[in-house]
Design a protein around this ligand. Structure first.
Ligand code: SER
Length: 886
């Protein structure tokens, strides 16, 4: 029963049987508390249930909660590896009552589990209570039958539990076990309490207050219970070992490390094995919960943990990245209880490998600098701050890594000197952006960035989170508050709102507090790392320092996601259909539609567009999961990820993959792989459908494709469908008969047009041939027909002249047509027998001059000209007559 996995299930089964709801562990990055670095206790996910802000369908619960205590109020990082029990990551078993049972039942439940479920001998147990909590003391007496000497009253904050500077809190009572005389130490409250003999393993907190600000407490709506038992400690007790590192789970991890590094966990080296085992757990679980190593905030704590472990790997002789090879052992031990670990295994493995590879290149040089700089130092001395800063800045040694490296020799670090060096560097950075020509209005963002650091983006995992307002900016100036009606820009410490980048538009949504509500219209990235929310205060007053709830407009974000993922699919499909010369030249992902510009020298045919659309839709129908990994740019490109030429990428990039290729070179391989910081659907099916609207030119060699997805595509197709139906109803056919019907109509129209032209011609020439004949003049033996025709197109004049020439047998014809805008076209025809005497070209020029034009052209038997004066047709006819008559 005493294995870690069995202890966990015994605990949860016990509380299930006692009517508690078993709730999954919440993520290590708290969704509901911006003031906490990491989830540091089981009660964090229930914080708002205790205070009455949130209600759940149950009033009692039990969990096995992932906890990280590194950075923030509860920070154990520095001690790990050097004590028997400190861990940065551990599992906290807990039972909770939200206004249901209180002290008596809590003590009773704990006592029964400890003495009956876990079979701990009553005589080895003792408890502490908060000095003022008489009630708890008498309940212990009643339930456990303890004598007064087994109930130790502690007057200090040790027995008053607080989650952080704010949040639910209350007096607590801790249960201890006496490990026996052979272990040094005294009971709690005694001068020897720091020894290991009396081991605390369960903390029962009687939640009664909410701390709203330092020193300010209000009572909770209903007294509640929060208990926390360190699983690893209980494992120590039940397995009869004094160090958590000797429990079954850690022994497995340590022996896996021994295999990988080829060294034994003995003597001076033992601490390194312990550090590695603990840090492997915290790193893996943090990465699985969405934290990635970075130089700020949570990501930096993770980086510190990882690098500390990596240095110890190096101390053990590792000459290549090895941490990731320990992962299977961890997943084997903990993957069943925490399935997220297995799901993220590839991501964790790659992240570990990448970080270790990167750090390794500077680690050896940094360590040699450190050893040179400390050569002459001894116990009690300090390393100068300048060198510590250089290690930090140039070699990527977090301060605590340097401290850890010097610890064994009793050497400290000059922290004042370190901070001075850090400040100096910041001042230099400020001077450089101030001189970089950024507009004064933009300067405010750099200042805020420097003051608060980058905004932490939570929006890959959640659309709603809490944050603390760091700054309110109105018209380029930082202000303390914003009132209803004002338009402002808000900076918070963390946000689920996506800031516009990579073509994807920024999120909109709502920021609210108890008393204020702001409508966020857009989110932009500024000052190299700040997410700036453009917002209008709809009601109330927002102040700097307020805790706010940030909620992204879900429907809009869903459409943005679908359109962004569809852009990736279209990109790959375009490369398949058109060729790999196709490169992205720009894109716009809006909620309504997507626009994608690619390099391609000529218009795309309808058939090509249809194939692109078919391919993208085939991947959508796979409903394939969309995976995101963090990799180095080089590795990503080696894997075939598409990167944008000229785009500035960090050392590490997010790589988004989706779908499986169906044919050609990609068959069976990942379909689309792109470097991308945007937000995407979880699986391709969420895109629903992609419909290409068309393509057009945008500058030389660049084509633009526009498309709609999901609901947008459905609405577009519904509209098209309506059009077809309306058309069919006008034409009185079924939609399927539209095409032949329209073709028949077009043929009919052509025929009618021809008939109409013939009829017009006949009419123009006077109805029958005879009509024209009566107008023929005889000019000194030359037959001449000169006539203005109406209702005839200029293009039909020549054929009319030909017909008239045939009618005359020998003679000259001049026909003039006047268009609606009053311009004249004239054609002169001369029968072949007369071309020696008259040139149609000369004669038409005569007509043209009369019509106000210049010249004309053609052959001797047929020539054409024009002129602007359509009113002068009579003059032209007479001028040609005069020319013939000579
Ligand atoms: N919140 C308390 C602790 O963390 C009990 O769960 O110790």
């Amino acid at each position: 029963m005493s294995g870690v996995n069995e202890i966990r299930s015994t605990f949860l089964d016990y509380f299930r049987k006692n009517g508690h709801e078993i709730v999954s562990s919440s993520p290590l990055v708290p969704r509901n508390d911006p003031t906490l670095m990491f989830t540091n206790a089981g009660m964090v996910q229930f914080k708002n249930v205790f205070t009455g802000l949130e209600s759940r369908p149950y009033t009692t619960a039990s969990t096995s909660q992932k906890v990280v205590r590194a950075g923030g109020k509860h920070n154990d990082l520095d001690n790990v590896g050097y004590t028997a029990r400190h861990l940065t990551f551990f599992e906290m078993l807990g039972n909770f009552s939200f206004g249901d049972y209180f002290k008596e039942r809590a003590i009773e439940l704990a006592w029964n589990l400890v003495t009956k479920g876990f079979d701990l001998p009553k005589e080895r147990l003792l408890v502490t209570v908060y000095a003022e909590d008489e009630e708890a003391a008498s309940l212990w007496k009643k339930i456990a039958g303890f004598s007064d000497d087994k109930i130790i009253r502690i007057p200090t904050s040790d027995n008053f539990w607080q989650m952080g500077d704010t949040g639910p809190c209350g007096p607590c009572s801790e249960i201890f076990i006496d490990q026996g005389e052979h272990v040094w130490g005294g009971p709690p409250g005694s001068p020897e309490e720091d020894g290991d003999r009396f081991l605390e393993f369960w903390n029962l907190v009687f939640m009664q207050f909410e701390q709203t600000a330092p020193g300010e407490r209000t009572p909770l709506p209903r007294p509640s219970i929060d208990t926390g038992m360190g699983l690893e400690r209980m494992a120590c007790i039940l397995q009869g070992v004094s160090s958590v590192f000797d429990t079954d789970l850690f022994k497995t991890l340590i022996s896996a490390t021994e295999d990988v590094v080829g060294a034994r966990a003995e003597g001076d080296q033992a601490a390194s094995f312990r550090v590695i085992a603990d840090h492997l757990r915290s790193s893996a679980f943090l990465i699985a919960d969405g934290v990635l190593p970075s130089n700020e905030g949570r990501g930096y704590v993770l980086r510190r943990i990882m690098r500390r472990a990596m240095r110890h790997m190096q101390l053990l002789g590792a000459r290549e990245p090895l941490m990731y090879r320990l992962l299977p052992a961890l997943v084997g031990e903990m993957g069943r209880a925490y399935p997220e670990l297995g799901r993220a295994e590839a991501l964790i493995s790659e992240t570990l490998k990448l970080e270790e590879g990167k750090f390794r290149t500077t680690l050896a040089r940094g360590l040699s600098l450190l050893s040179d700089a400390t050569e002459t130092l001894g116990k009690g001395d300090s390393l100068d701050g300048e060198t510590a800063f250089k290690l930090y800045d140039t070699y990527g040694f977090p301060l605590d890594l340097t401290q850890d490296a010097l610890r064994a020799r009793g050497i400290g670090v000059d922290l004042t000197g370190f901070n001075d060096a850090m400040q100096r560097q910041k001042a230099e950075a400020r001077a450089s952006w101030a001189g970089s020509g950024e507009k004064a209005t933009e300067g405010v963002w750099f200042e805020l960035k420097e003051k608060f650091g980058a905004t932490e983006f939570l929006g890959y995992d959640t659309e709603s989170a809490e944050g603390v307002v760091q700054a309110i900016v109105r018209e380029g100036t930082v202000v303390g508050e914003a009132k209803a009606g004002e338009t402002v820009q808000i900076v918070v410490n963390q946000t689920p709102f996506y800031g516009e980048s990579g073509g994807q538009m920024g999120d909109s949504g709502v920021i609210s507090t108890d008393g204020a509500k702001l409508s966020v219209t857009d989110t932009q990235k500024k000052g190299e790392g700040l997410f700036v929310h453009a917002a209008v205060v709809a009601e109330g007053v927002l102040k700097t320092g307020d805790a706010v709830v940030l909620t992204v407009d879900h429907a809009r974000r869903s459409r943005l996601r679908a359109n962004h993922s569809a852009t990736h699919l279209l990109h790959e499909a375009l490369r398949e259909v058109l060729g790999t010369h196709v490169a992205q030249k720009g894109s716009l992902v809006s909620p309504e539609r997507l626009r994608f510009d690619v390099s391609h020298p000529k218009p795309m045919s309808a058939e090509e567009l249809a194939r692109v659309e078919d391919m993208a839709n085939a991947i959508i129908l796979q409903n394939a999961p969309v995976t995101t990994r963090l990799m180095s740019v080089d590795d990503a490109i080696a894997e075939g990820a598409m990167a944008l030429f000229g785009e500035k990428y960090g050392e590490e990039v997010r790589v988004v993959s989706m779908g499986t290729g169906i044919e050609g070179a990609k068959a069976g391989k990942p379909y689309s792989i792109e470097l991308c910081g945007g937000t995407h659907v979880a699986s391709t099916g969420e895109i629903g459908l992609v419909r290409v609207l068309g393509e057009s030119a945008v500058g030389s060699g660049v084509r633009r494709i526009e498309a709609v997805t999901g609901e947008g595509a459905r609405a577009y197709l519904a509209e098209q469908d309506e059009r077809v139906k309306a058309l069919a109803s006008v034409l009185k056919v079924q939609p399927s008969e539209l095409l032949p019907r329209v073709e028949a109509l077009m043929d009919e129209r052509k025929k009618l047009e021809k008939e109409l032209a013939d009829a017009r011609r006949k009419l123009a020439m006077g109805g029958a041939q005879g009509g024209a004949a009566s107008e023929v003049r005889d000019l000194a033996g030359i037959k001449y027909l000169g006539k203005a025709v109406s209702g005839v197109d200029a293009k039909d004049l020549k054929s009319l002249v030909d017909e008239a020439k045939t009618g005359l047998t020998s003679g000259v014809v001049l026909l003039i047509a006047v268009s609606d805008d009053g311009k004249a076209s004239a054609v002169v025809g001369v029968t072949a027998d007369l071309t020696e005497r008259f040139s149609a070209v000369d004669l038409v020029r005569v007509a043209s001059v009369a019509l106000g034009g210049k010249g004309g052209g053609g052959r001797a038997d047929m020539a054409q000209a024009g002129g602007p004066d359509g009113a002068k047709t009579d003059e032209a006819i007479e001028a040609v007559a005069a020319a013939i008559a000579g």
